[in-house]
Design a protein around this ligand. Structure first.
Ligand code: HEC
Length: 298
């Protein structure tokens, strides 16, 4: 029997289905991404990477750093809470109000906290409970804020404040999400490791900061020069015994500097409408029955 027509129709459906699923649908979902606005200050996000960092992205790409490092932070939900950011005039009343909404706190701890604001009173509660607690605290004269803290194992590892969203990669072509995590996720490396020297030394010899590291050294991104008489400008300050030889210094090349500028530009901490982070600014102690003693530390 001649099934040519059937084979044709089934293949056509198969091809059309995969085109729809893999090309058209993602394009409709994400294809027309534009800059978004940050919450709450309404700035345009993201800004294009500055020139040197954009060059560094090409170094990152050509060195294949993405084979060991991902750039995507995952998140598994939110924890809503309430923080007191300013005390009113009546501290005693505020302490009572805090103890009323969060009886798990010790009185002495609360009395100390109201003089060291901000203070995360509740965390991990339902939004309406948080709203009720806010009303009560504000009637005692305190200024409060509703906090939104992203949760998840990547966030616990300190890899980011929130999940990565499509907008984070708007100006990156190609996007180097990475799929293997031999090393830590770098989506937020710039905020975590802002120190240029640290990053340069890490590229010269990862063993200096992490003995036993699996990360290969990128020595060819540096030049070894003899120190001569004076100081060589821009030379790395390596720990004792780590210089390549007596009287020799290590100077980063332009490629190393560009790569480090790129790493420092990797910052995805901005609070966005689709991925909000609302935390009181200073280092804050949290507590509460649900939370244990883990701190909210931006
Ligand atoms: C063979 C896998 C591998 C490759 C390739 C690699 N790394 Fe790493 N990297 C690691 C590991 C593992 C760590 C964890 C700390 C350590 O052991 O040094 C790390 C740590 C880092 C850190 C510190 C991150 C942190 O949070 O502490 C930075 C930055 C970094 N790598 C950048 C790079 C760059 C840039 C490249 C490309 C030039 C690169 N890595 C290539 C495996 C790799």
């Amino acid at each position: 029997m001649n099934r040519g027509a059937w084979v044709f129709v089934v293949s056509l459906l198969g091809l059309a289905g995969s085109w729809y699923g893999m090309v058209l649908y993602p394009q409709v979902q994400l294809g027309r991404q534009v800059e978004t606005r940050t919450v709450p200050d309404g700035q345009l996000y993201p800004a294009a990477r500055p020139g040197l960092a954009a060059q560094g992205r090409e170094v990152y790409r050509s060195e294949g750093c993405y084979t060991c490092h991902s750039q995507q932070v995952r998140q598994e939900g939110f924890s809503v809470g309430v923080a007191v950011t300013q005390a009113g005039t009546n501290l005693t009343e505020l302490v009572e109000a805090i103890l009323a909404v969060a009886p798990q706190w010790e009185r002495a701890r609360v009395a100390h906290a109201v003089t060291n604001l901000p203070f995360q009173v509740l965390d991990g509660v339902a939004p309406d409970e948080a709203e009720r607690a806010r009303k009560l605290l504000e009637s005692a004269g305190g200024a409060t804020m509703l906090t939104v803290r992203p949760l998840g194992s990547d966030i616990d590892r300190g890899w980011g404040l929130r999940r990565s969203v499509a907008a984070d990669y708007l100006w990156d072509r190609p996007v180097m999400l990475g799929s293997v995590r031999v090393g830590p996720d770098l989506a937020n490396a710039g905020a975590r490791l802002p120190d240029e020297q640290w990053l340069l030394v890490h590229l010269w010899d990862p063993q200096i900061h992490s003995p036993g590291s699996m990360m290969p050294p990128y020595r060819y991104l540096f030049e070894v020069r003899s120190a001569g008489e004076g100081e060589v400008s821009g030379a790395l300050s390596l720990p004792e015994g780590r210089a390549p030889g007596p009287g020799q210094v290590v100077v980063p090349t332009d490629r190393a500097r560009a790569l480090v500028a790129y790493l420092r530009s990797l910052q995805a901490t901005t609070s966005l409408f689709e991925a909000p982070v609302v935390l009181p600014s200073a280092g804050v102690a949290t507590a509460g029955s649900d939370l244990g003693e883990s701190g909210v530390q931006p």
